[in-house]
Design a protein around this ligand. Structure first.
Ligand SMILES: [Zn+2]
Length: 107
């Protein structure tokens, strides 16, 4: 007996992103203390207000975006290539280890 497999093995890969839609939406999520902020981009020369990991976005994509750590109080530097057209996007705040009270350097 021959088992013929039907050519049904061609599978279309469909990402299933079925996001549940809340009816009567527009309500802020109760568990989130922070309001949703629009993504803020920082420019060269601006002062870093939050220590953390930033994504560096270069002008015209002369270089792929990459992540760096910026420290509070520093200013965002200009890129050697795209100069002050470079942008910085906060990915995640993360305190610098030596600004942590348990790791701070003794005076
Ligand atoms: Zn650049």
């Amino acid at each position: 007996m021959q088992t013929k497999r039907q050519a049904a093995t061609l599978r279309l890969i469909r990402p299933r992103y079925e996001q549940p839609r809340l009816k009567g939406g527009g309500k802020p999520r109760p568990h989130s203390g922070r309001p949703d902020r629009p993504e803020t981009l920082f420019s060269a020369g601006e002062t870093v207000r939050e220590t953390g990991i930033y994504e560096v976005i270069h002008d015209r994509g002369h270089r792929e975006a990459h992540e760096v750590v910026m420290l509070n109080g520093d200013s965002f530097p200009a890129c050697d290539t795209c100069e002050n057209r470079v942008r910085f996007r906060l990915v995640r705040t993360a305190p610098y280890i030596f600004q942590d009270e348990d790791f701070g350097e003794p005076d």
